[in-house]
Design a protein around this ligand. Structure first.
Ligand SMILES: [Zn+2]
Length: 99
């Protein structure tokens, strides 16, 4: 196990970078490498919240980066299709992020 100096992480910037990555993958840039980096970011964010040091809002933000409306937590299938994990999703059904 290694430790990351979380004081050096700009969580808001990380969210934006993650979002850019999600868009890239959504736009059919099928890349195992990109998906792996996305999973890595997910893990870092999840660990940050699980540590109790950061609130969910600090890590995942309160609002959609795309339309600005609030985010809600939803249970979505994980990569294996067997389990569920929590994911923050935009409440706006018409949000381009939910398409
Ligand atoms: Zn949205």
């Amino acid at each position: 196990m290694i430790l990351i100096d979380d004081s050096k992480i700009d969580w808001e910037l990380l969210r934006k970078q993650k979002y850019a990555l999600v868009k890239l993958i959504d736009n059919n840039v099928k890349s195992e490498s990109l998906t792996s980096i996305l999973n890595l970011i997910d893990n870092v964010q999840d660990n940050a919240v699980e540590s109790g040091i950061y609130s969910k809002e600090e890590i995942f933000g309160n609002n959609c980066l795309y339309c600005g409306l609030p985010l809600e937590v939803a249970m979505v299938p994980d990569e294996t299709g067997k389990g569920l994990h929590e994911e923050t999703k935009c409440v706006n059904p018409d949000c381009p992020d939910n398409q």
